[in-house]
Design a protein around this ligand. Structure first.
Ligand code: SF4
Length: 364
């Protein structure tokens, strides 16, 4: 039984006799796949314009190069990795609109990738794209060439925000594209960008509900940062864009996580991967090295709060799976006062080898 350790501990230390009273619950987060990614930056190729927030040139960490050079670098790098016995990797085409590359480039990239896949160096292949660049026929063709997952840069489902951000598509395009990706037999990923001009936490909650309804297999959430050299930086300097504060962003992310997890959606990343070039170019916006962990910890606190409310009385202690030991009280223990307010000071928190949580009720 999953709760053997908890029950034994309760019998020995908390409960004088009989069965333990309280609530067992599981963390709802679906398992996160941990793959090694081989990124291929396609340098704004396929983009119809430059989105106001986009800092792909900085994220790539290198000046743009032609598609021919990108393909040659990809093949050369993968061939070297194969000789070194490294891998397997998930090949990921980023930094442009893969499905809007001029013909025959999507096919060329995928045919090259397929050779390395057959050799066992590549496990999966994914690309990112825009909602208005997902024609069903092309998606079916790319699926046939070995593409596994298409990540759509939805950013938000709020049309006013999409207009204010100059995206050039509406939310309906995202819904259509998501259905087309799944109809082509591809896995669906969605990227959300909370904090764009005119976006607020209530709009993020609506975005999350829309996202759950589209049932992607993964979601990435990157809170909007103001990066030097973007149109958003000009708006910010002109006082026409106010970034979300850090604490409000972490709270909004935490509120987004619970419904996504409960819908079975894996949240792959919260915030951009740390990169020195990008860090140096950020001029404003909610950033913190432990942003994702802080949001996950607050989401877990929300789950414990729900259970405490359902307990209907004072808790005698919380037993948590050991793998949450570093997360439960939050970054630098910032959530300890919130747990204490629930009647769960540090001394009533225990970690076990079980995969379930148990919120024990006080004996009456
Ligand atoms: S956000 Fe995507 S579509 Fe927009 S400019 Fe950047 S890479 Fe191109």
């Amino acid at each position: 039984m999953a709760s053997t350790h908890i029950v034994r501990h309760l019998r020995q230390n908390v409960i004088s006799g009989g069965s333990p009273r309280g609530r067992f619950f599981r963390h709802p987060e679906p398992p996160r796949e941990r793959t090694r990614v081989w990124p291929v930056y396609i340098s704004f190729q396929g983009c119809p314009g430059r989105c106001v927030f986009c800092a792909q040139s900085v994220q790539a960490g290198a000046p743009p190069v032609s598609l021919g050079e990108t393909l040659a670098a990809m093949e050369g790098g993968l061939a070297q990795a194969a000789r070194d016995g490294r891998g397997p990797y998930e090949l990921a085409f980023y930094g442009g609109v893969f499905t809007a590359l001029p013909e025959p480039w999507p096919r060329r990239f995928l045919e090259a990738a397929l050779r390395f896949r057959r050799a066992g160096l590549i496990g999966r292949i994914r690309c990112s794209t825009r909602p208005d660049a997902c024609p069903p026929g092309l998606l079916a063709e790319l699926a046939g060439l070995g593409l596994d997952l298409v990540e759509i840069g939805a950013q938000t489902f709020d049309d006013a925000v999409l207009i204010a951000s100059g995206r050039g598509h509406d939310a309906q395009a995202t819904r259509r594209a998501a259905r087309a990706v799944r109809a082509a037999g591809l896995d669906l990923g969605l990227q959300l960008l909370p904090g764009l001009p005119r976006h607020d936490p209530a709009a993020l909650a609506r975005d999350v509900a829309e996202t759950c309804a589209l049932a992607p297999s993964l979601v990435r959430i990157h809170p909007c940062l103001v990066v030097e050299g973007t149109a958003l930086a000009d708006l910010y300097r002109a006082g026409r864009h106010v970034p979300w504060p850090l604490e409000a962003t972490i709270d909004a992310l935490a509120e987004a996580l619970v419904p996504l997890w409960r819908a079975g959606v894996a949240v792959a990343r919260l915030g951009l991967a740390p990169q020195p070039e990008l860090e140096a170019a950020i001029i404003a916006g909610p950033r913190h090295p432990a942003l994702g962990d802080r949001a996950r910890a607050r989401a877990l606190l929300a789950l414990v709060r729900e259970e405490a409310a359902a307990l209907g009385g004072a808790p005698a202690g919380l037993f948590a799976p050991r793998r949450f030991a570093g997360q439960l009280l939050g970054h630098a223990g910032e959530l300890a006062p919130a747990y204490a307010a629930l009647g769960l000071p540090r001394e009533l928190l225990r970690f076990t080898r079980d995969e379930v949580f148990f919120l024990a009720a006080k004996a009456v």
